[in-house]
Design a protein around this ligand. Structure first.
Ligand code: NAD
Length: 478
């Protein structure tokens, strides 16, 4: 029998987990449970990741993890267990269905039914940050082809399986031409393999505005990590309540299912919390492990219970709700409705074969990669870029010449504007002289000369072309 790992978490966690398990087991879910401790007590016992190493063994062995919210203690030094789990286990896909339950849960968007598919491992969440000068810090935004292919394919396969009609991609590739550009390019490539599913791309700013204004014009939306993090909360909130949404974190080997809300410590131990968010996570888990008939039964009973006006305090509204209930009573009402379907809200019918057809990533043949220049980043506290250019030109050689200086990306030499504000962080771009070629030794010589000239170099970035195409950004204004 399937074994799953369960963590009851902190705050309202144990109450909503008990209610969730009671409902799905009553509906006929078949699995055995290994319970592990995560969260506050583990953190406070001195484990900065909030989980003991033996618990990782259990999670990795069972592969399916149902997790209640946890409390991250105040104060520095405690690492987010969610981010650690997603990355350790390669849970690259975060799926968050956001659906209105009008007229039973009040919302400005009565016909909203969208699914956000958020890339979960890379982007600015790679967590590679450095302070480079007194005035400037950086965070590396890493986007990879395998990362893009996996998440975009997941979105299309999910749409196909769930009988959804359209997949939309949100990026900011008008600005980030390399990183978001790759995400968009991969989206266009993979979309062609799914002619039966409509596809479109929106620049994230206007796309987000449109999603908040007319969510009914979207279906599945796929996006890089940071945008997905922000917009999936917005989408859940505008359905009426973040307390009703669950999320699935899916990887090639393992998966984790949870509510999107936190541990609500002030509500703990009072039998008032709404277990719906975690229940939605558990329903996604049942679909994932192939128990689609049970998932369907639970979801329809849950919809019927909301339709009956049996509501926990967070969604209770005079005139709409009929009975205000606690966590346990809500669970009992859902159990009593097992086998029934809602009559106003649309009953669900899940696809029988829940396994998505996700091929392993295949690395493409390597392109012809050529070193065509180097950006040398310099810490310098002067203000006149022409003075810096004079200084930097002293390290030129017969092979490489200074071609441009930028400050925070904007070209300040040659022909900069005196109005441009400059920090102490300068990028000096070197290109080969006519008929010369640049190689790694040229760069090492350049840096050696910089040491001799007392120039404070803080990092270099090699400039490459791939199959003859320049693969780096120009300076703004260049
Ligand atoms: P929260 O989501 O716990 O609570 C926000 C508000 O929503 C509160 O008013 C709370 O009473 C209400 N609420 C949340 N879930 C509810 C439910 N099921 N039923 C009824 N009301 C509910 O957010 P917070 O207060 O910012 O965070 C509390 C703790 O949770 C923090 O330690 C935070 O780090 C943690 N957290 C954990 C997770 C997770 O484990 N996935 C996610 C977010 C926050």
């Amino acid at each position: 029998m399937t074994r799953i790992t369960v963590a009851k978490g902190d705050g309202i966690g144990p109450e909503i987990m008990d209610a969730t398990l009671e409902i799905i087991l009553a509906a006929g879910a078949k699995f055995e449970i290994d319970e592990i401790a995560v969260g506050e007590q583990v953190y406070l016992a001195g484990n900065t990741s909030g989980i003991a190493s033996e618990s990782w063994d259990v999670i990795r062995k069972n592969k399916v993890f149902l997790k209640a919210p946890i409390t991250t203690p105040q104060g520095g030094g405690y690492k987010s267990l969610n981010v650690t789990t997603r990355k350790f286990l390669g849970l690259y896909s975060n799926v968050r269905p956001c659906m209105s339950l009008h007229p039973f849960v009040s919302t400005k968007h009565p016909v909203m039914d969208i699914v956000i598919v958020r890339e979960n491992e890379e982007d600015l969440y790679a967590g590679i940050e450095h302070q480079q000068t007194d005035e400037v810090v950086q965070c590396l935004k890493l986007i990879s082809r395998p990362g893009c292919e996996k998440i975009v394919r997941y979105a299309f396969e999910y749409a196909k399986q769930q009988n959804r009609k359209k997949v939309t991609c949100f990026t900011k590739d008008n600005i980030m031409k390399q990183t978001d550009g790759l995400f968009h390019q991969v989206f266009d490539e993979i979309a062609k393999e799914y002619p039966e599913i409509e596809n479109e791309h929106w620049i994230i700013d206007i796309g987000a505005a449109k999603m908040a204004d007319t969510p009914e014009s979207f279906d599945v939306i796929v996006m890089p990590n940071l945008y997905g993090d922000v917009l999936s909360d917005v989408a859940a909130q505008i359905t009426g309540s973040v307390g009703l949404a669950g999320s699935a974190n899916i990887g090639e080997e393992c998966s984790m299912f949870e509510a999107i809300h936190g541990s609500a410590p002030r509500r703990a131990g009072q039998n008032v919390a709404n277990p719906s968010g975690l229940l939605q996570g558990a329903i996604m888990m049942l679909n994932h492990i192939g128990q689609t008939d049970v998932a369907e039964k639970v979801q329809n009973a849950w919809l019927k219970t909301l339709e009956d006006g049996i509501h926990t305090y967070d969604i209770f509204k005079e005139g709409i709700s009929k009975q205000k209930v606690g966590t346990k009573e809500f669970a009992k009402a859902v159990i009593a409705n097992l086998g029934h379907k809602p009559s106003i809200l649309k009953p669900v019918s899940y696809a029988k074969n829940s396994a998505l057809n996700l091929p392993k990533y295949k690395r493409k043949p390597a392109a012809n990669k050529q070193l065509v220049g180097v950006d040398v980043f310099v810490h310098w506290t002067g203000s006149n870029p022409n003075e810096l250019a004079e200084k930097i030109k002293k390290i030129e050689s017969s092979d490489v010449k200074l071609s441009m200086i930028t400050n925070r990306g904007i070209k300040v030499w040659p022909d900069g504007f005196q109005e441009t504000f400059c920090t102490d962080h300068w990028r000096c771009r070197f290109k080969p002289t006519e008929n010369a070629e640049i190689n790694k030794s040229t760069i090492i010589e350049l840096l050696k000369q910089a040491v001799t000239e007392n120039i404070d170099t803080i990092k270099t970035e090699n400039l490459y072309s791939f199959d003859g195409k320049a693969a780096y950004s120009l300076g703004q204004g260049q």
